[in-house]
Design a protein. Structure first.
Length: 309
């Protein structure tokens, strides 16, 4: 178990940076290079690139791997393993297989469930009670390779994306990078074939998916709000003007769907089928996030007014 590995870390943003930092702080292995997306004009430098430069590591930023020169450059690093931590660029087989032991890729769901780019949002929106993450052997298909390791956690009834990803999946996934390297170091890393009969794929969760229909069962409405908080943000309309809804709670009660039932210091309760949603925090069009009570006062709302109109 003591063999020192030569690693490439490919990733971006905070997750890529924190995986890199975890490997560097542990110090058992040598990170020989970092790969990240090309710089974007007008955007800040990617955090993983910042850390790599600070630590004196070479950084490569190909927009794709179609050029043989990029494959050759990767091969010259003489790496044992490439960890793909949050990668948007398609990495072809020629690049993935260049390290001696190949590559492994992180995905924030329990594959084969929720393949695709919004794997944290959809389990909450769909009312699932558990999720987690995988490291898998990437193939040319989207999130389709054999699973190396997985980790499961509950989705509690009030969990938002912040709770599921940032408080549960994210810290455990960063820590797991060390375990992943050790699985390869052992010489016989696990291969668990994905069950295609159970596979699901969802598109990126965008604004069009996040519009609230107050005439739906209360659980569906509440799950949509939880599963889009903080991004892309569930939304409704008032007199044709959009308003995003973030923090909320579920309440019992009957009434006419889409109507505001009560406005209190806690927020405003809106009727759905079979129950109500207490809206606590909103963002009106063109403004910042404010308490729902404050927004209701500024908008002149009263009990009985409709939302979604």
């Amino acid at each position: 178990m003591s063999k020192r590995m030569r690693l490439i870390v490919m990733g971006q943003q905070a997750f890529g940076k924190d995986v890199l930092a975890k490997l560097l702080d542990h110090g058992q292995d040598e990170v020989v290079a970092v790969y990240c997306e090309p710089d974007r004009e007008g955007k800040p430098v990617d955090p993983i690139k910042e850390l790599a430069i600070e630590k004196g590591l070479p950084v490569y930023q190909p927009a794709h791997f179609k050029d043989q020169a990029d494959i050759d450059q990767l091969a010259e690093l003489n790496a044992d393993l490439m960890l793909m931590a949050f990668v948007n660029v398609f990495v072809p087989e020629a690049a993935r297989d260049t390290p001696r032991l190949g590559s492994t890729c992180f995905h924030p769901s329990l594959l084969p469930l929720h393949r695709g780019p919004s794997a944290v949002n959809w389990p909450i929106i769909m009312g699932s009670t558990e999720s987690g993450f995988c490291w898998f052997y990437p193939s040319d298909g989207l999130d389709e390779g054999d699973v190396l390791m997985d980790w499961t956690c509950p989705i509690e009834p009030d969990d938002t994306v912040i709770d599921l990803y940032f408080k549960k999946i994210y810290p455990a996934a960063v820590d797991s990078a060390l375990e992943v390297v050790d699985l390869y170091r052992s010489g016989n890393p696990p291969h668990k074939e994905q069950d295609e009969a159970r596979a699901t794929y969802e598109r990126r969760c965008t604004k069009k998916h996040a519009r609230i229909d107050w005439n739906k069962p209360v659980k569906q409405v509440y799950d949509l709000i939880r599963g889009t908080n903080p991004s892309p943000g569930a939304w409704t309309t008032l007199n044709g003007e959009e308003v995003q809804i973030f923090d909320a709670a579920r309440l019992p009660g009957d009434g006419v769907s889409g109507k505001i039932i009560e406005i209190t210091d806690e927020g405003l309760s809106v009727q759905c089928i079979g129950g109500r949603v207490l809206v606590k925090r909103v963002r009106p069009a063109g403004g910042g996030k404010v308490s729902a009570t404050e927004w209701a006062a500024s908008a002149g709302l009263s009990a009985g007014d409709p939302l979604g109109s």
